[in-house]
Ligand binder design. Structure first.
Ligand SMILES: [Zn+2]
Length: 166
């Protein structure tokens, strides 16, 4: 019985590679859900996937190795993914824009029921975290709080609650 692609990378829920223009299933390596930050659906596999960079419009590959580090070493929220290539992520103006986006969104995301807003803030935090060695303490606190609230929200009732694209 397959569970979220546990036996076959081709059966992984599509939202985990949302926006990918190509997925190289041959490159799949095993993920370890015990090391991942998820509420319902972990990543049983990592595999090279191509995305279009929102910054420069070029294709870039998010490699299986990068994903493993991202989700199992850095413990990023399971639905997060890079929206830009490495060169653009390192762009200082982009980081400043992300920081401004965080500042403008964080207040609206604070109410308990603002789950969609929390998810978006988490994406911004994850992008900042991927590009910077260390985040400000206050931002890390927000990240932990929102993670907790999102997980609490998506736990019970409905087996597919965590499967919607973020
Ligand atoms: Zn780019």
């Amino acid at each position: 019985m397959d569970y979220f692609g546990s036996t076959d990378p081709r059966l992984m829920p599509k939202h985990l590679f949302w926006g990918a223009v190509h997925i190289d299933y041959e490159s799949a390596v095993r993920g370890n859900p015990e090391k991942q930050n998820y509420s319902v659906c972990p990543r049983y596999w990592f595999m090279d996937a191509d995305f279009v960079c929102k910054g420069c419009g070029k294709n870039f590959t998010w490699t299986a190795g990068e994903q493993k580090a991202w989700f199992e070493d850095y413990y990023f929220w399971i639905d997060s993914s890079p929206r830009q290539c490495k060169a653009c992520r390192a762009d200082r103006r982009h980081l400043a824009a992300l920081r401004a986006e965080y500042d403008s969104m964080v207040a609206a995301a604070r109410p308990k029921e603002a789950i969609a807003e929390k998810r978006r803030v988490m994406e911004v935090i994850c992008e900042l975290e991927a590009a910077l060695a260390r985040l400000p303490d206050k931002m890390m606190e927000t990240k932990r709080l929102f993670e907790h609230q999102i997980q609490k929200h998506s736990k019970p009732t409905h087996p597919t609650a965590g499967n919607l694209p973020g």
